[in-house]
Write a protein that binds this ligand. Structure first.
Ligand code: ADP
Length: 483
């Protein structure tokens, strides 16, 4: 079986968040299970991509409303990567220093419609020319959402029409919504299919993908049920198409994320040595940031956007002392420029209790997972969440709001078999209450270390989830043979 993943991120070539982690890990586990698994991403002009050796394997042109756009597909090489990795160079559209955001302004690039449309058409043009075509096209998020439509409705891609398409929703908040007039840039399609492109009189790449794919999935079970209740206007579509939807929890790459071998941290440990050895990483963290060593370190890592509850973190910090809550808060993240300003202000006002690093820094994230006492995730929405899984693997207790994948992966310590701290409502009061419980736990070292050991022993590796994807693929192949 040959599966081709189409994505805008794939660690270590391109990563902004969880999409990069998943598309960098799942194929690795699929190859280990005997599946031929490849990934194609855009070729950005970033340091991450430049570190690869590359070889051009195909040049071609696509047509956008009469304008020819040249592209070149490269094969990327790196000894550490177990799967085939390809990147499409589309000069003028992807040869930029940012993946989604312009690093100069912090805002998204304004021409995303042309970027993602060109990417998808170039991928299909290349796939069509390949001697061995994939058995499954696995598309990830809205940036690849028109592929299921193109292969089923455009005569120019009729060679690919029988290939089953799977669509994974890593984040339903971002749907790829564009003015209806932009459909003139699409390749000719059967006119009776026009309704598949329409959602609320707009183009909506995610809606089209859900309508046209053979099967779609979300990255946790709870998130799947939440999307039918709340998903920026797509709720009726999720209700209508629910028989095509499944929830498959993300896993983590436990080889890459292993506190006993991680090359980015100085002190290695297992769940049995964590209580003694982990403190070295805590000290390294304290040497980097202005925090109080006697108080628990509660860290937030992630995109600084309301969806992740970054605004709630900013709101909560100045209220800590008046609530008699003596803890350290540490933030690593980038995002909303307004939140950057707010965190920089707070860093001055709350020196010694709050510190932050407003950047994307992969190795620093590992140090934070391995040196913090708690990881704080007050997400408003969380499709799966990988941070809590990395935190637990590294011995930081998760403090989470029970939503989406956080609900599927963290059980409150007061429940039978529990190990984390959970709160329900997205309010400062409830979040503050959760931090208070965490402080009490920290002040009880015996219970704290017992829980630390427990979370480190949980298994969230990809093995189980990768096997679930394989089952879905097999089912699709049987349907393809039958049709
Ligand atoms: P998202 O919704 O952003 O994809 P996930 O929890 O699924 O959230 O995945 C986030 C991934 O991105 C994790 O690997 C996390 O460690 C990483 N990450 C997020 N922000 C940063 C940052 N500023 N520096 C380093 N890693 C980051």
């Amino acid at each position: 079986m040959y599966v081709l993943h189409v994505s805008t991120e794939c660690y270590p070539a391109a990563k902004v968040g969880g999409l990069g982690d998943v598309v960098g890990a799942l194929p690795k586990f699929q190859v280990a299970a005997g599946i031929r698994s490849g990934v194609i991403i855009p070729k950005y002009d970033t340091q991450q991509i430049r570190q690869f050796n590359s070889e051009p394997i195909k040049s071609g042109k696509i047509n956008l409303a009469g304008n020819e756009v040249a592209y070149q597909v490269y094969k990327l090489f790196d000894e550490a990567i177990a799967f085939e990795l390809f990147a499409v160079d589309i000069p003028g559209l992807f040869d930029r220093p940012g993946i989604y955001l312009d690093p100069g302004t912090g805002y998204p690039y304004g021409d995303e419609f042309y970027r993602y449309l060109s990417f998808q058409l170039a991928v299909l043009d290349w796939v069509q020319s390949c001697h061995q075509k994939p058995d499954i096209l696995h598309c990830h998020d809205h940036h690849t959402g028109w592929i299921p439509f193109f292969i089923s409705s455009c005569s120019m891609f009729s060679d690919l029409a029988s290939i089953p398409s799977m669509f994974t929703i890593h984040n339903g908040m971002y749907q790829g919504i564009y003015p209806w007039e932009n459909q003139r840039f699409f390749p000719p399609y059967a006119w009776d299919k026009i309704g598949l492109l329409d959602w609320d009189s707009h183009l909506n790449a995610m809606a089209t993908a859900i309508k046209c794919c053979w099967v779609y999935n979300t990255v946790s079970k709870h998130y799947l049920s939440e999307l039918s209740q709340s998903c920026r206007g797509l709720e009726p579509l999720f209700q209508l198409e629910q028989q095509k939807g499944i929830g498959i929890l993300n896993g983590i790459d436990t080889q890459l994320w292993d506190p006993n071998t991680d090359p980015t941290i100085n002190y290695h440990y297992t769940k049995t040595s964590a209580d003694k050895k982990r403190s070295g990483n805590r000290e390294d963290l304290l040497n980097k940031f202005h925090l109080d060593p006697k108080l628990p370190i509660m860290s937030f890592i992630g995109r600084l956007v309301p969806e992740k509850g970054a605004d709630l973190v900013a709101e909560l910090i100045p209220l800590l002392t008046s609530n008699d809550l003596h803890v350290n808060i540490l933030v690593l993240g980038t995002g909303d420029p307004e939140l950057h300003r707010r965190f920089l202000q707070l860093k001055e006002i709350m020196r010694g209790r709050f510190d932050c690093s407003l950047e994307y820094n992969e190795s620093l994230s590992h140090l934070i997972y391995s040196g913090s006492d708690f990881l704080f995730m007050p997400s408003k929405v969380e499709p799966c969440g990988l941070n809590q899984l990395y935190a637990m693997r590294y011995g930081a207790i998760p403090i989470v709001r029970t939503t989406g994948g956080l609900k599927d992966t963290v059980v409150d310590m007061d429940e039978k078999g529990g190990y984390g701290i959970c709160f329900e409502e997205f309010t400062v009061q409830q979040a503050m209450g959760a931090l208070k419980r965490a402080k009490d736990l920290f002040d009880d070292p015996k219970t704290f270390h017992a829980l630390q050991k427990k979370v480190m022993g949980l298994n969230f590796s990809w093995d189980r989830s990768a096997a679930m994807y394989t089952e879905v693929y097999q089912d699709l192949l049987e349907r393809a043979v039958a049709s």
